[in-house]
Design a protein around this ligand. Sequence first.
Ligand SMILES: CC(C)(COP(=O)(O)OP(=O)(O)OC[C@H]1O[C@@H](n2cnc3c(N)ncnc32)[C@H](O)[C@@H]1OP(=O)(O)O)[C@@H](O)C(=O)NCCC(=O)NCCS
Length: 578
Amino acid sequence: MAILIDNTKRVLIQGITGREGQARARLMLDYGTRIVAGVTPGKAGQTVLGVPVFDSVPDAVKALGPIDISVLFIPAHQIKPAALDAINAGVKLCILVADRVPAWDAMEIAKSARAAGASFLGPNTLGAASPGQGLIGMIGGRAESAREWFKAPLPGGTGIGVISRSGGMGTSTAYYVGQAGVRISSIVHVGGDAVLGLRIPDIAVMLEADPATDAIVVFGEIGGSQEEDLADLITSRRITKPVIAYIGGKAAKAGTRFSHAGAIIEGGKGTHAGKVAALRAAGATVVDSFGDLPAAVAGALRAKSSRSLMSEAERKATWTTAITRIEPNKVAVRGRGIADLMGTISFGAAVHLILTGKLPDARIGTLMDAILVSSIDHGATPPSCLAARTVASTGASLSQSVAAGISSINRHHGGAIEDCARYLGSLIEKARALSTSGTSLPAAIDQLAAQEILRLKSTGDRISGFGHRIHTKDPRTARMFELAAQAGLRDDAGTHIGAARAVERAFAAIGKPLPINVDGAIGAILADLGLDPRTFNGIFMIARTPGLVAHVVEEQTRERPMRRIDPVNHAYDGPSGA
Ligand SMILES: CC(C)(COP(=O)(O)OP(=O)(O)OC[C@H]1O[C@@H](n2cnc3c(N)ncnc32)[C@H](O)[C@@H]1OP(=O)(O)O)[C@@H](O)C(=O)NCCC(=O)NCCS
């Protein structure tokens, strides 16, 4: 979760062809923001960094569908019509970057936004960022720096939300708090003007509702009543998360504008002392010096034993992995100590764990083992074995030779596992659609499978995972399904195994018994276990690697270099058994 911007939001840039628009579009795209369109009147048809440009926001919406957010890199005097163009086209959030926007224009934009149920950030704003998700505006500079400085909450974890009245200090606040080991859920610069769209209290209410936010950090300033209004929200318990604030402008005298247009004390209102007193009375922590803010935030989170806090190593990291944690004297795979796994789970269960993050029960571990055992080798003729042996015969090393074998595992060798799983999945999906119109799911699957087999008969196409060039009754398949049943997998309609059975029935019905082969069975089982089909070819590689190592070592120790390898005429001379 995040507020204002996340990785699902479709973003448009008005003024994308301008100087700042182009430069910031690149940074936002680099950060991962979903920029779907740009707008500059008279420049439709152009593209900026691959983003299509339209003459108006309604044109962009008509061509591409609804837009969630528009970022306006348009000078102050041209901003009102541009913002109204976006609001009238249904955009629900505008980011008004320009400074010196006339207060009257800002008020008119506010009126239209209110009427349309939209809102805006700014004017005079650097925008907002949700670390790891997206960035709208100019926060954080280069995407790489932004990634390094602002560490996102872990999946399902939390961070702090930063709200600032100063662009530069908002970024600095997030940076220094991050240096103190704190993760950041959102950074929002509300803008420095006197007339604003979303104000500190509005953003605080959003952060209060955001499950990814543990605490709210505010960089406030003299002038206006945003901080006092936030204090009221804390007092009335609409904000219950810890609030830690710093208020700039302590030394400013009444009537002096303190850097931003909105930072001015008028008629004794909006003073530094008044804001600090209001926030402290409400229960917020207000630090006297900006330098004290990071420690105060970390301290408040520690008191809450919050998941927003990072270790030293996490703080220094420039990228993250969720697979294995390595610390001195500690190795944990997907959160489980490796010493605890050793001797207690099977290798198949470990493969399941590392690929999915979930430790399966023992029966599924046994099934995964069976999958790996079933594919450990299939003699000397498969392309992977021939490739490995051929490369080994040139004097190549073990790793080079095995890698050559692995490189030949592709769509047509080992790929039937994934292809068959996807095929059966599409059959189930189509059958589900058909079953909504009165036909039962089992009948729909049988009907579709029969239609499909007739189509294949006429076109001569094949379904991956059915039939085998050597076996008519593959010894591995029946055992595989037996173990799947023992592991609790069902074979009724709606499962991949059930769909495979329907296809076998349809083949038999046209007098062409073509049973599912071991690859097809593995594909159906892995899909029913819920594994990602993109890993299926990899599971085959894991299984086949020991076989390839055996073939390479045999080639290197038994055969002479550069021999001509006959792919067909060879004989087995190992121990006789089954
Ligand atoms: C907003 C701002 C960044 C724009 O500056 P810029 O990029 O140098 O301006 P440019 O003139 O190059 O680009 C503006 C573009 O908007 C376009 N534009 C004008 N009206 C438009 C409209 N209604 N819809 C879309 N685009 C429009 C212009 O045609 C121009 O594009 P072009 O150069 O391709 O013709 C600048 O005016 C500004 O306010 N800077 C200060 C920002 C700031 O500091 N904010 C506070 C942070 S704390």
